[in-house]
Design a protein around this ligand. Structure first.
Ligand SMILES: [Zn+2]
Length: 174
């Protein structure tokens, strides 16, 4: 896990594979935003996790998980006990059950967008899970103590279609 000054990011080797429109994308890293970057019906959530996947051609697909303020997120607790405080610091990624970070209901919003941090590359396939999982106030504060609130301002929807689907392929790969 690294602290790149913008977020806490876990780089993953041999990450899982998702299939989007018939194309396989391999998990390369995941990172956190507090508060959430996405809003649903105008509502912002306490935190959001982005699982960034890359295809053989280098195209990106991201799965976003929203975290609602409430109980501590037990799945993330092992990571939170070893957050890298400074940009010089690297911490080994604690063993944890990645799938348990995801909500049981895998319904999602899908749209074509961009990366939310520079270079804000376009053509990113976004899958935002509709059901949030929890995060405690203490967990959000621990993240924001290291990384200042890091949500990109809300962007106009423009001509983007937002589709609702179920994340069937990911479930099959659990
Ligand atoms: Zn992100």
């Amino acid at each position: 896990m690294v602290n790149n000054g913008h977020t806490i990011q876990a780089d993953v080797a041999n990450g899982g594979v998702i299939e989007v429109d018939g194309v396989p994308y391999t998990l390369v890293q995941f990172h956190f935003h507090a508060p959430s970057e996405h809003t649903v019906g105008g509502k912002r959530f306490a935190m959001e996790t982005h699982f960034v996947h890359k295809s053989a051609k280098g195209e990106l697909a991201v799965i976003g998980v929203l975290h609602e303020a409430g109980d501590a997120n037990e799945a993330l607790a092992p990571l939170w006990s070893a957050l890298p405080n400074t940009t010089e610091e690297k911490k080994p990624l604690a063993k944890f059950d990645l799938a348990s970070v995801l909500p049981a209901d895998r319904s999602m919003y899908r749209y074509a967008g961009s990366l939310t941090t520079p270079p804000c590359t376009e053509g990113v396939r976004w899958q935002l899970l509709q059901s949030p999982t929890s995060v405690s106030d203490a967990q959000v504060k621990a993240l924001n103590a290291i990384i200042k609130p890091n949500a990109r301002p809300i962007q106009p929807q423009k001509a983007r279609d937002v589709l609702k689907e179920a994340l069937a392929k990911l479930t099959a790969n659990r």
